[in-house]
Each structure stands twice: as C-alpha cells, then as structure tokens.
Design a protein around this ligand. Structure first.
Ligand code: PLP
Length: 393
C-alpha cells in the first residue's frame, strides 16, 4: 500500500517522538508511585509537579487548579455531574448547545433523567451560538453553562470571551470543553472568564488516556473519584506518571510552535478547501470560514453517501472521517450538521478532513485529486444525480 495520508487528527493525533522519549524513563527506570515516601519516588513526584506547573502556566491558571484525569470525556463528566451534584439546592437548570461532543450531550441527557432541566442552544448556519439566545436562556435556577471552545466536526470556534462575560454577569459558572482547542489555539482562563475547562492529551500529539480538568479555586466541586488523596482528594487513583509527563511535554511543544504551525497548517488546509470547492461541483464547506480551527475542513457533497466516500478514500490510503469518531459506524447523520440546518440527505454526504503540521501540500493535492475522482465515480452510479442533471438541462 502507498504511504498513509492521515487526515483524522480530530479523532486522535500521532504521538510525537519527543513526547515518547520524555515518557520512557517513567515506564522503565522510575516506575515509582509519586506518593511514596522513599527517595526513589521523589523523581516521579517532581515530574508530576512540574507537569502541573507547565499546564497551569499555559492557560494562566494556578497549579492547584489543574486536576489530572483520564481524558476529555472524564473531565466533561466531572464538570457537569459535579455541578449538578454540588449545586442541586440552588437549581437544576443547565445550558449547553446542540453541537457538543457526546461526552457533554450524553451526560446532560443522563441528568435530564435524574430531574435536571437542560437547554440546548441552537447554532447558526456557521455553527456559532447566538449570544442573545444564551442570555435569554439564563434563569435564577441555572447552575452551569457548558459550551465547547471549538467544535470537533466543523471546527467552528465559539465566542468564548463573550460567553464567559455573560456567565460572569449573571453569576453562573462557565465550563468549556476545550478538547479540540487546547494545544491548538491560545487559551487564558482569566481573560476568557472560564471557570472550568476540559482537555485531552491525545488531541495534541500526546498519549491517550490522560487529560486534565481545570477548576478555578472558587468553584468548589466535590470529589469525582473517591479513594486515595491524589489530585487534592478529588480524583483518586495512582497518578499516571508517564501519561502526565507526556501530556505536559506535548502541551509545551504545541505552545512553542503554535503560531507558526497554525499558519502552515491553515495554508495547506486552505489550498485543499479551494481546490475541492473549485473542482468538485455541488460541494460546500461546513463551519465558519474565519472562526475555525486551523486544521479543520468539513465538506458536504450532494448525492454522495459519506460512508462510501470513506471506504473509497481508505482504499487510497487516506484516513478521513464523516463525523465524529464516536458516531462513525452508525448511519445517523451528524447532530452537528443537522444543527447547522443541513437537511438529512445532505448531512449524510459529509466528509471531515483534519490536518496536522505534518500534512504537506503534495498530500493535500493527492487528496483533492482522489476526492474528485471518487465523487465523480459515485455520482455516475447515482440515479438521483442523473435525474438532477437531466432536470437541470
Ligand atoms: C475527543 C473529544 C472528547 C473526548 O476526549 P477523550 O480524551 O477521547 O475522552 C471530548 N470533547 C471533544 C470536543 C473531543 O473532540
């Protein structure tokens, strides 16, 4: 098979060799439990402390506001269930959006069954929430606003600063699922009025199964995992030292090269978008043109079934996705594409290409060429397309 072209970086990213090297000693040489008392454990304790400082520094938080978790899903669950439990006596209303990741949506649905009320905000055709609708949705019993920083399917970046300001003005806590954003765009929690934030290492070239939860010190959620006193007695369990070290290393590398990398990635991405839109008829770009993640391109091709597109791309060694990794395998169209107003039959023909700093212009060209040929071939077999063309002429 020819060289793999990996364009599914929103699902997961390649671990950087430097990250692996940083982790290695904590698998092989110093496997100590950082909470042990002997000297041998001091190195891993120091490594965990330093990792926490690195992460905190990158978002302008205090070190004791960073909690290591097993990833984005756990951090999202903690924020939402934690608020529901801690503030039930104040109210049982939560505001989120229709385009959240399932880690947020399914947690909210679970709470609805437990008697909580959830408002799912609409988004406009670019995937942006409407600030007026958010403000109108706030009630005296609203305990949490949870809105993602950037969408994992269409890449739209939400107006986080404005959302934070509205939350603050009304005295409501604000959590953001920043799993697609942290390590990709600059984030300062104070400037953006973020009270809680979720992030996950494997989305920025770190290891899988490790993430962090930022919780402002003034937010007092209880323990999420009961047991030992790790993570300020709020998230028990022996620390995943190699994972924590790897995440900090990946975060640091991402931050060091962020601006330059983003320029490079966006240039390749824009080239791909321009070619696709210009050369493939009846194609459209989903998401916001300007406020979007630099590595995201999401298209719809009319008269095409997304699944067939993915299979034919796979035969060319191209890894792509039709929605989120969690929903692929199901035939339901993406909830995000439906929320931006696409009809079912168009939402079915979607394709998400998410690039990395390793993606070259040559690869983008190969993908554009392949896509063009595949879309043509699939349409040539589509009776719907045939009718449509006949009726047009
Ligand atoms: C990947 C992803 C998650 C889940 O993160 P895991 O670390 O895989 O649990 C949550 N939210 C968004 C937006 C994501 O892209």
């Amino acid at each position: 098979m020819e060289k793999l072209i990996y364009l599914d970086n929103a699902a997961t990213t390649a671990l950087k060799p430097e990250v692996f090297e940083a982790m290695k000693p904590y698998f092989l040489e110093n496997y100590s439990n950082p909470n042990s008392i002997y000297t041998f454990a001091q190195q891993s304790k120091k490594a965990v402390d330093e990792a926490r400082e690195t992460i905190a520094g990158l978002i302008g938080a205090k070190t004791n506001e960073i909690y290591f978790t097993a990833g984005g899903s756990e951090s999202d669950n903690w924020a939402i269930k934690g608020c529901a439990e801690a503030f039930a006596s104040k109210g049982k209303h939560i505001i989120t959006t229709k385009i959240e990741h399932h880690a947020v949506l399914h947690t909210c649905e679970y709470l609805e069954k437990k008697g909580y009320e959830v408002t799912y905000l609409d988004v406009d055709e670019t995937g942006m929430i409407r600030l007026e609708q958010l403000e109108r949705a706030i009630r005296p019993d609203t305990i949490l606003i949870s809105i993602m920083f950037a969408n994992n399917e269409i890449g739209t970046i939400e107006p986080i600063r404005e959302i934070g300001a509205i939350a603050k003005k009304h005295g409501v806590l604000f959590h953001t699922d920043a799993v697609q954003a942290f390590g990709h765009v600059p984030i300062r929690v104070d400037e953006l009025n973020i009270d809680m934030l979720s992030a996950s290492a494997h989305k920025f070239h770190g290891p899988k199964g490790i993430g962090f939860f930022y919780m402002r010190n003034s937010v007092k959620l209880g323990a999420y995992v009961h047991g030992g006193a790790q993570e300020r007695a709020r998230r028990a369990g022996t620390s995943n030292v190699p994972g924590i070290v790897g995440m900090a290393k990946a975060a640091q590398l991402a931050a060091e090269n962020m601006e330059e990398n983003n320029k490079k990635i966006a240039a390749v991405r824009d080239h791909l978008i321009e070619r696709v839109l210009a050369e493939i008829p009846f194609s459209r770009l989903n998401g916001h043109r300007e406020y979007r993640l630099p590595n995201n391109a999401n298209f719809c091709f009319r008269f095409i079934e997304g699944e067939s597109l993915l299979i034919l791309l796979d035969q060319k060694g191209i890894c792509a996705s039709s929605g989120s990794a969690c929903t692929s395998g199901s035939l339901d169209p993406s909830h995000v594409l439906l929320a931006i107003g696409l009809p079912h039959e168009i939402a079915h023909g979607s394709l998400r290409l998410t690039l990395s700093e390793e993606t070259t212009i040559e690869e983008a060209d190969m993908v554009a060429d392949s896509l063009k040929a595949i879309v043509e071939r699939l349409r040539s077999m589509s009776p719907l397309y045939e009718d449509f063309i006949k009726n047009q002429s």
